[in-house]
Design a protein around this ligand. Sequence first.
Ligand SMILES: Nc1ncnc2c1ncn2[C@@H]1O[C@H](COP(=O)(O)OP(=O)(O)OP(=O)(O)O)[C@@H](O)[C@H]1O
Ligand SMILES: [Mg+2]
Length: 351
Amino acid sequence: MLFKKSQTIGLDVGSGYIKLVRINETKTGQELSLFDFIATPHGAIVDGIIEDRSLVVQAIQELLAKNKIKDADVVTAVAGHSSVIVKRITIPKMSEEELSKSIKVEAEQYIPFDINDVNIDFQILGDSKFEAGQMDIILVAAKKNVLNDYAEALETTGLTPVVIDVCHFAVSNAFEFSYGVLDNECIALVNIGANSTNLIIVKGGYSLFTRDTPIGGNVHTEALMSDLNLTLEDAERAKRGLSVEGISPEQVNQIILNSSEEIFSDIQRSMDFFRSSISDEEITKIVLSGGLALTNGFKETLAERVLMPVELLDPFKNLAINPKLDDKFIKDMAPIGVVATGLAMRRSGDK
Ligand SMILES: Nc1ncnc2c1ncn2[C@@H]1O[C@H](COP(=O)(O)OP(=O)(O)OP(=O)(O)O)[C@@H](O)[C@H]1O
Ligand SMILES: [Mg+2]
C-alpha cells in the first residue's frame, strides 16, 4: 500500500481520566482494537475547560506512547454547563437550508452566551406534536474558545482533530449502537464522571431532554478524605474496594452511601423536571455509565431511590474484541469507555 490509511481514535478528555478507544473495520464487522485510559492530572481540567494545557498534553502523549500511536485522526467531545448548551426547542417550520441561515436569530434567546462567541449546530427532529406550523429541533451551542483550546491541545500532541462532538451525543450514539433504537421506551442515560453528570432522556433515536450538572464521583473521594482523614490516593483506593490501612470496607461503604445522596437527588430532580415541564412520557429505566457506575453498590442503591431499574451501559456489546486486548479489564471497565466509544464510532462520513 502506498498510502497509509489514517486511523481514527475517540478520545474522551475528562477531569478524572483521559479515555482512548479505537474501533477497526474488519471483514466480519467492527472490532474494538484499543481501549485504555490514564488519570488526568489533578486540576488540569475543570468543569469541561482545560485549565492547564501542558499537563493535559503530557498525559495524552503518555497514553498515546503507551499504546504506540504516533499520529491519528481524533474525535473528541466537550461538555459542561458553562461551555455547551444542548436544547430541544420549537420554532416555525422551515427547510434545513433556511434554518442554516436563520439559526443565529432563532437561537439567540435560548443561549446564555454571546451568540458571536459560540459555534451553533442543529438537528431537525420533525413537526411539533403540539403546535401547527411549528417544528422541534435540537440546538447545540458550544463556546468557540473552549473548542479551540481542545483542538490546540490535541494538535500539540501530534493528533489531528477531525470532529469535536458533545458528550451527550457520544453517550446516546454508544447506547444506540449497543442496544438499538428503542421506539417504545423512554430511557434516561446517565453518565457520571468525576465532576459531572450528563443526563440524556432518549426515545426512538431522539433525545427529548438533556441536562449537565457539576456533580460526580468526586463527592465520594472528598467525603472519604475528610471523614477518614485519607490522602487523595488512599481515598481513590478505598473507592475501588482496595484495602487501606486502618479503614474497614463497612466504613467506606457507609460514607459512599451517605455522600451519594446529593447525586441521587440531582438525578431525581432532573427526571422530575422532565416529567413536570417537558413530556408526559414515562421513563422506564436508567442506563448508567461513567466511572461512578463502577462504585460498588451504587447502581443498586440508585434503583431503590428512583424506583426504577438501573442497568450499566456496555458500549462494547456489539463489537468483536481484538484477542490481544485484556478481556477482563475491558468487561470490568466498560462503563468508563462509553463516551470514547461513541466518539470512535464517528466515521469520516459524519464529519
Ligand atoms: N473502579 C472504580 N470504582 C469506583 N470508582 C471509580 C472506579 N474507577 C473510577 N472511578 C471513579 O470514576 C470517576 C472517573 O470517571 P470518568 O472517567 O467517567 O470521569 P471523567 O469523564 O474523567 O469526569 P468528568 O466527565 O466529570 O470530567 C472518578 O471519580 C473515579 O474515582
Ligand atoms: Mg466524562
